[in-house]
Design a protein around this ligand. Sequence first.
Ligand SMILES: [Zn+2]
Length: 181
Amino acid sequence: MQVAGRRFLTRTAVAATALTALLNLQSAGSVRRPTAQALTFSDQARRYLALQYRSYPTEFLGCMIGEIRAGVAVVLRIAPADVDPSRSTPTRVSPEQSCEAAGWSSTIGMIHSHPGGERCWYYFPGTVVATSDAQSFAAQSYAVDAIMCGDHIVWMGGDRTERRLSLLAADGPAASAASSR
Ligand SMILES: [Zn+2]
């Protein structure tokens, strides 16, 4: 992340800015980031996510630590982002500082939860209108971004394609497929 500021990270659902965000997404080619067509999590990372998801009624935020290997984002573990409790609600979460500033190097992206598994999308269904989560990702320089939705994860890489990863399926890139949404 080039600029560690809440201004760039706050996840707010402001529909009025959606069109502007879409334009920003389409012109964001200037943001260079590794390309990942698949996303995998280590068993340790999966367990952590499952536990965090079960533990909190509000959104949690984690730093995905790993690397990009031949187009596959490999998440080895999840580190907790620096979040003030007052900034975690059932519908939004924002960090006090970047993952790097919080001490987590090798962060390839951030993951946050949607309690109840609702609104797990980067584009409003049936449209190409970016959600606040897509806007947040566009403002970052990370390779991937992900939303934990209970039994599955919705994520996005540098190609801006929304993909879905089932946590019930077998490990590996084969479990990650482009969302049908
Ligand atoms: Zn979200």
